[in-house]
Design a protein around this ligand. Sequence first.
Ligand code: HEC
Length: 138
Amino acid sequence: MRPSGRVQGHLASIAAVALALSGACAIVAGEPARDALVAYGKRLASECTSCHRSVGAGNGIPPITGMPEQTFTAAMGAYRHGQRHNPVMASVAQSLDEHQTSALAAYFATLPRPPRAPGPAASQTGGETGPGEAAGRR
Ligand code: HEC
């Protein structure tokens, strides 16, 4: 049927590579500031995911994927300023500057929420962040 099928296939794979390469650039080019922020957050997140796996409930470590950005940033601020007491998270929060915190917030917000509602940790914020987390409960 297609005498030049082999050549076309070859061209197609070259095209696929070219697409893949330009795709990688598009991640940066798409919506520059936002995408770069999320990409930066993704890089920083390797520090967090040793504890916060995608489903971390059950071992005392709440899942942080799919957290609304504001809730996330507020929680980090609460650890940093001693309103929430957890030695590990306090030092984690203190080691991050504002840009890094918002990058992480942006990245984790892009991930799907864990299938089950998080454990009791979610209800420990002093009401500062409003009903966001409560909405997740049933
Ligand atoms: C050594 C383990 C560990 C590491 C590393 C760690 N965390 Fe945590 N994180 C915890 C624990 C434990 C809690 C629950 C603390 C509490 O009860 O308040 C927590 C809570 C949180 C919360 C609040 C979640 C909620 O439901 O309110 C956020 C947000 C968070 N961590 C973000 C991060 C980010 C971002 C990083 C990486 C920069 C990180 N954590 C690294 C152990 C860790």
